[in-house]
Ligand binder design. Sequence first.
Ligand SMILES: Cc1cc2nc3c(=O)[nH]c(=O)nc-3n(C[C@H](O)[C@H](O)[C@H](O)COP(=O)(O)OP(=O)(O)OC[C@H]3O[C@@H](n4cnc5c(N)ncnc54)[C@H](O)[C@@H]3O)c2cc1C
Length: 470
Amino acid sequence: MTHHAYADRRSGSRTHADGRPPAPPPLPVAARRGPAGRRLLTGLFLVGLVASVLPWWLDTPAGSLTDATATTTAAGQITGLLAGYLLLVQVLMMSRLPVLERVVGGERIAAWHRDLGVTLLVAVLAHTAFILVGYGGLTGRSPWDQAGVMLREYQDLVSAFAAAGLLVLVGLTSVRAVRRALPYELWHATHLAGYAVLLLGFAHQFSNGTQLFRPGPVRTGWIVCYGLVVAALVWGRLVGPLTVNLRHRLRVADVVAESPDTVSIYLTGVRLDRLALLGGQFFRWRFLTRGCWWQSHPFSVSAAANGRWLRLTVKVVGAYTGDLRDLEPGVRVWAVGPSGTFTAAHRVRDRALLIAGGSGITPLRAMLEELPPGAALIYRARTPADVLLHRELDWLAQARGVRIWYVVGSRNDPGPRQVMSPDGLRRLVPDVARRDVYLCGPPGLVEQSRRLLRRIGVPRRQIHVGTFEL
Ligand SMILES: Cc1cc2nc3c(=O)[nH]c(=O)nc-3n(C[C@H](O)[C@H](O)[C@H](O)COP(=O)(O)OP(=O)(O)OC[C@H]3O[C@@H](n4cnc5c(N)ncnc54)[C@H](O)[C@@H]3O)c2cc1C
């Protein structure tokens, strides 16, 4: 590994930044991305939800739900249609389609995916239960016997039951406590089974689904939706990343120690000036060495786009990040992104306050180059050695008119306690309620800060959270 205190890459030089004035930072990015795109997508989702039940509505004559059996069967059909729709939306959200990543952002998509996953699981289980009870009632069988008959007599239902079983497995491994206990790669591999659910659950909708059985516009529309989602998946996961990586051909240029447990990885490539990247966004990086190629991990860029190099700053927390310290210059890199709405372009006010904890400084450091002058940064760190990118931040303080407070110590020390109190925060940043506030750091600090900001009257829409969890 090459050790530099701070290599002045801004001017393209590989020497230390020993007083030589670096190139001026880029102009601030315009605030142009409000919540309108997200609202539109939420509206489209709700329209789709209603539309997914229409086939049942159109197919069911008024007054036909005369007894409990008919009502239960109808509930089974409705939950089946809803489950089919929700499954498509779930897969679409994981397609990494650039427009979704740009408008909603990878972190928020992951949160929506988590929340909707629970609804999907409930819909699938309800569909199975209602259908077994409903059809069992029609034929005078118990739900268990009905399940046996269906499995024996309807070929596509075997795969449908397998799909439901897989979905339960995915759901169980997504429970927070279970997920934490599993190695990330095992959890991720189980989660990829979601694609198999799409495949296994496909056929029974058309061979056994009352509303989709007959050829016609409803059936054709449903198949087209499946086709579009698969196309989005192929584009977002395969064609898009292939195009970006062939165009930019990224390689490791250098690995620089920032602290005993943190390194910055500099990457070069071709046509980097054409990369539409904002400070605060992240890529999923795959370093193509023998030990690392099979995993991709998310890291934010820790410097704004400059057309010549990219940089990520990585804290060693486990085996993979440990291996990154030993990357050699020249290693090829496969990157998927950029993703995320934690950027200066998503602000709603003119001025910003940034609150960082530990390695949470990385996206904020990049964003500082793109915020208008007058931003303020509170940087919490446990010890002086945990303060990263110190010299660059001081340089930005001058070049960009950023006010910076380094608040060092444990959360119970008098200094940090004072700063992270309503009076302390108002004293440092009197106009805090009229600023966008960007938070990034350990979950405890982010949650404490979020509560504090709400208490002192910062509106929810002005609070932006960058999480290191997907
Ligand atoms: C949007 C985003 C941006 C991030 N930016 C930075 C950054 O700029 N600098 C930095 O130091 N860290 C960043 N992280 C965190 C970084 O991704 C993890 O610390 C790293 O993946 C841990 O890998 P590990 O195998 O060394 O550690 P492990 O001990 O295996 O993992 C520690 C934790 O990291 C998460 N994690 C592990 N592997 C993955 C994976 N493949 N994909 C997603 N999460 C995973 C899991 O929550 C896990 O519990 C970011 C995370 C996210 C989600």
